[in-house]
Design a protein around this ligand. Structure first.
Ligand SMILES: Cc1cc2nc3c(=O)[nH]c(=O)nc-3n(C[C@H](O)[C@H](O)[C@H](O)COP(=O)(O)O)c2cc1C
Length: 396
């Protein structure tokens, strides 16, 4: 029986990972290997696998290799897995070939096999629920005739490549997110993450550049947050109170690393407070370098500001364990590259200081599924670098 702890957070009186019987933990990273209460469950440690898209689900259905891929990361010591982005039930939700759907009997049965395997291996897992918004173009599956959908239309060379969403479209997408979250709980996931980052649909509403609406969803910051708040409310109503809702957001966009949806901590609060009130349990703060100051005049990171402004647990992410940042260009540019592993002592200290609660780890878990165990044991020198081959394989 799992312990029921409604609010996520540090586990008081829980057995530390250094207790007799547990594996000894390298002292400099010990804060990362403390348990953490997450909904109905206790995560074994603070290491979270960041969501990373794979194009390995033909017809939108995750198969046995996807099962093996996630199970492998549990065996490697990750406390919580966030799946690759998986698209909700709306005709324009997907933007890429062979990424997994999160609707329909076959896709959900595939996901259930993933969940069961992860649980059997002793891990915890949540799906990243996704609508790609303005990133979609006609020609992509499932129905190539469907263009992109976003807050505002985008016209390219006289062709409308992204359609402005009507109120009916907005309502349909909100309902699709809610259904996906309900399905996530029904098939046994341990929570759900909403993808509100990187220039995809929810973030498209946040950002002035992609949201030029003049109705209740555009203009002021309060209006630009409205769509996200309505999604969170609908999701909250569709799942149990102790089913954690994680909300991922970012300043940066795939096509613009310098983009900002908020210029000041005060503006950040005006986005995050209504989201927290609507039912977000954990914020996942996506940055390319987790340690960078978020705003002029303060050394504090976006994760630290988020924690301070909302009082909610926070996942920080960005270049953990690697000496160079995530680049969108690495997908299209075929050049060889190698990114070297680093230690994570600073990240462990930042967590211990209370800047954030959980540590998101992306690329280095592609190249080395045993990263968490090696870090725990003080064997960072044995971590496999992230290189072209590990990206191309998105390895099992
Ligand atoms: C191959 C790949 C696919 C990614 N796909 C997603 C995705 O589906 N959803 C998402 O929110 N972020 C995605 N990201 C971003 C990662 O979640 C993470 O934020 C980024 O890689 C920075 O973390 P890192 O420096 O530890 O790699 C992806 C990153 C990579 C490398």
């Amino acid at each position: 029986m799992d312990t029921v702890i409604p609010a996520p957070g540090a586990v008081s009186g829980a057995t530390p990972a250094t207790a007799p019987g547990a594996h000894p933990v390298n002292a400099t990273v010990a804060p990362l290997f403390q348990p953490f209460a997450f909904g109905r469950h206790i995560l074994a440690n603070r290491v979270v696998m960041a969501p990373m898209t794979r194009n390995k689900s033909p017809g939108g259905v995750p198969g046995e290799d996807v099962v093996a891929y996630y199970r492998r990361r549990v065996r490697g010591g990750v406390g919580l897995l966030i799946t690759e982005g998986t698209y909700v039930n709306h005709p324009a939700a997907n933007g890429y070939p062979q990424v997994p759907a999160f609707h329909g009997e076959a896709a959900l049965a595939g996901w259930k096999r993933v969940v069961d395997a992860v649980h059997e291996a002793g891990g915890r897992i949540i799906p990243q629920l996704w609508h790609v918004g303005v990133a979609r173009r006609a020609g992509v599956e499932p129905d190539p005739a469907v263009p992109g959908y976003g807050p505002s239309a985008i016209v390219d060379n006289g062709v409308e490549v992204v359609r402005a969403m009507t109120q009916a479209d907005i309502d349909a997408v909100i309902a699709a997110f809610a259904q996906a979250a309900a399905d996530a709980e029904r098939i046994g996931f341990d929570g759900a993450e909403l993808h509100g980052a990187h220039g995809y649909l929810i973030d498209d509403f946040f950002w002035e550049k992609t949201n030029q609406r003049t109705d209740a969803y555009g203009g002021s910051l309060e209006n630009r947050v409205r769509f996200a708040v309505e999604v969170v409310r609908a999701v909250r109503a569709a799942v149990s109170p102790d089913f954690p809702i994680v909300f991922r957001f970012s300043q940066w966009k795939g096509g613009d690393y310098g983009a900002k949806i908020t210029q000041t901590p005060e503006e950040l609060g005006r986005i995050l407070t209504p989201l927290a009130e609507a039912g977000v349990d954990v914020f996942h703060v996506s940055t390319r370098r987790y340690w960078e100051p978020a705003f002029d005049g303060s050394p504090d990171t976006l994760a630290a500001w988020t924690k301070r402004l909302t009082g909610k647990p926070v996942i920080a992410v960005g270049s953990v364990g690697l000496d160079d940042a995530f680049k969108v260009g690495m997908f299209a540019n075929r050049d060889a590259f190698e990114v070297k592993p680093t230690d994570v002592d600073q990240a462990a200290q930042a967590l211990a200081r209370g800047d954030f609660d959980l540590l998101g780890v992306g690329r280095v878990l592609l190249s080395d599924p045993d990263w968490a165990i090696k870090v725990r044991d003080g064997r960072v020198d044995q971590v496999i670098p992230f290189d072209r081959a590990s990206l191309d394989r998105l390895v099992v």
